[in-house]
Design a protein around this ligand. Sequence first.
Ligand code: UDP
Ligand code: MG
Length: 327
Amino acid sequence: MNKKSVSIVVSAYNEEGNVEALYKEVKKVLKDVDIKDVELIYVDDGSSDNTHKKCQALQKKDKMVKIVHLKRNFGHEIAMTAGMDYAKGDAVIFMDADLQHPPVYIKEMIEAWQQGYDIVLTKRVDNVATSAFYKFCAKSFYKILNLLSDTKIPEKTPDFRLIDRKYIDFLKNFNEQDRLFRGLLSWIMPNDKVKVIDFVAPQRLSGESKYNFRKSLQLAINSIIQFSVKPLRFSTYLGVITAFIAGMLGLWVIGEHFIMHKPTPGYATIMVTMIFLGSVQLIVLGIIGEYIGKIHMEVKKRPLYMADYETQEEVKKVIRNGGKKDI
Ligand code: UDP
Ligand code: MG
């Protein structure tokens, strides 16, 4: 088994204040690692600031730096996929550009891999940058997701991880547009040779988080739809529950009429029943609509991204279309 080279994939979207600091930190930690063949791939996810220029400046002075320059903002999940596609290492480490994934842990990750672990995950025991409310939302999301989905996704395991080449090659076979990297990883997660390292996420060094509440909620809904069809079953359950309520209501009306000899006035009951059934139908239609929307987007099989792959020697146009890469 080859354990000679490592790729570090860094997704960066408007991170001009961070890319250089990250480079320095990575260089520092690599001095203590006994692997010499390392590439540092910055995936510039269509940044509108100077991220690309800063990466190019680093690349000019250091051959280790490679750039996947996405032509527009494709989102973090696709940025990681693009980085993975062009990583050549026997292991790939994924991390954020904002130093919330402290590079010092790279050493421990590589050592664990050298000892025989195929996947080294990190567990964020605390994140000083997030509010109590956000933490509560994240916790609830994972509870709901894991309740609904057959693929369990552990909580507090960010996209900071090392994956051995053989699993990277597995991961490349997933061609869906709408992707949650940690979900795909859970899907292929072996029962053994997985290590978890605890860490505390500091504040981001510079700039702002790219995930506001709306974006995080969208990611949460997408993730549930990607990994579960159980919400579709809700319509059946809701149907059974409303039928039961309607039956009870019917019995009550009959009882009032024949036993208590006091006919129920119809207007209010009809209104309540109609509104109730109307809302249930809208909810069910909404859920079905979400799934149809996803199918609609997936069947087109559009390319996943378009980018330039830049090394010191060359710049080539690249695209991922299904399993096919490069142009
Ligand atoms: N990111 C990206 N594309 C995006 C949004 C974010 O590549 O569309 C990168 C971002 O530059 C950072 C990482 O993904 O390196 C995590 O994003 P962020 O720090 O904003 O998220 P948070 O840590 O606040 O959850
Ligand atoms: Mg961050």
